[in-house]
Design a protein around this ligand. Structure first.
Ligand SMILES: [Zn+2]
Length: 343
């Protein structure tokens, strides 16, 4: 499979996926042991993104599309829960698929939970406990909201934006992406200064908590999904980029969220996912803290599937299910994740 991977640069994957779909190769491979290991798929928001005032990129699928995808996981893979991972890691053969949702958005309860129950597959919800305890608009959504509502055509040159930040009225997404990218690089409390400056320069002010009144699940909802068999995992308290924080703050975020989940659910979580989860967003020290806190598994988020050749239980790869993911690429992931789960 290494040869196939080398021959298929990222830009060609869509063509190959379409070819595999059209030729029937996907169908032929779906029933065969074409791979073995653990494919972890990740969702964020479910629903229609058109009317969302925040970051539309957080949407992974409509509930209808989610149902189709869940049925495909169930039909062509062995959908597992976090509790099954011990066996999988010990070498149990199979096309194991773990379904995860990050952050704790209300639509995970309203839309994803009923579909998961209906299809009958396990899943894990990773919860940032601060959003449940004190509902407020998350930083990435607030950045999107500020830029969408900006009263100026561009933000001025500043310590944050060396050449300013142009905001196209037709498509604010490039400006949102640049501002989010700037946030990702900030250390410590610089994030708070950045958000204040952004809101002030855009003329919008900061997002009030009233905008988040139905954005997140409540603890009652989290308990209900947990009682129904959804595994609940840790995802920090305030969702910072952990590698940009000192170790004291990282410890507070990692241990604090775990204690809060245990207090609310009566059960300590086994799994953790790193906020944003790109390779430079957690370090060996972060992984050590997650281990020390008592977690048994931790998940990153930069593509790939776990072949089990040299598994690191504190850096298990996940791949995103994007709203625009084509059915051909989706199906090809289930037949050849060696190629198609590589982001
Ligand atoms: Zn997250």
């Amino acid at each position: 499979m290494k040869i196939v991977r080398k021959l298929v640069p990222y830009g060609k994957k869509k063509i190959l996926a379409n070819l595999m779909q059209a030729s029937g190769a996907n169908l032929a491979l779906l029933g065969l042991p074409s791979w073995s290991g653990l494919l972890v798929v990740n969702y964020h928001r479910i629903g229609s993104r058109e009317s969302c005032p925040f970051d539309g990129n957080l949407y992974s699928a409509t509930s209808e599309r989610l149902e189709i995808q869940l049925r495909q996981y169930k039909r062509y893979g062995d959908v597992v829960s976090v509790d099954d991972l011990d066996e999988v890691v010990a070498g149990k053969p199979g096309k194991h698929i773990l379904i995860t949702f990050d952050d704790g958005y209300r639509d995970n309860y309203d839309l994803a939970f009923p579909v998961l129950k209906q299809v009958g597959v396990p899943a894990t919800f990773f919860i940032a406990t601060g959003f449940i305890d004190q509902p407020h608009v998350a930083w990435w959504d607030e950045i999107a909201w500020i830029i969408r509502n900006a009263n100026v055509p561009a933000l001025p040159v500043s310590r944050w934006f060396e050449q300013g930040l142009e905001i196209s009225p037709d498509d604010p997404r490039p400006a949102i992406a640049r501002a989010v990218g700037t946030y990702w690089a900030l250390r410590g409390n610089a994030t708070a200064e950045f958000m204040d400056d952004l809101a002030s320069q855009a003329g919008t002010g900061r997002c009030g908590p009233e905008l988040a009144c139905d954005l997140w699940m409540t603890w009652d909802m989290v308990r209900e999904v947990a009682d129904a068999g959804i595994d609940i995992g840790g995802h920090t308290v305030t969702h910072p980029i952990l590698a940009r924080q000192d170790l004291t703050r990282q410890r507070e975020e990692i241990f604090g969220s775990r204690q809060r989940l245990e207090a609310q659910l009566g059960k300590a979580p086994k799994a953790f996912s790193y906020p944003v989860g790109q390779p430079d967003m957690f370090t060996e020290e972060t992984k050590q803290l997650v281990h020390e806190a008592g977690y048994q598994y931790a998940f990153s988020f930069y593509g790939q599937y776990e072949s089990m050749v040299a598994i690191d239980r504190f850096n298990i790869p996940r791949c995103a299910v994007d709203f625009d993911l084509s059915p051909a690429i989706f199906q090809s992931r289930l037949t050849l994740p060696q190629v198609f789960a590589r982001k």
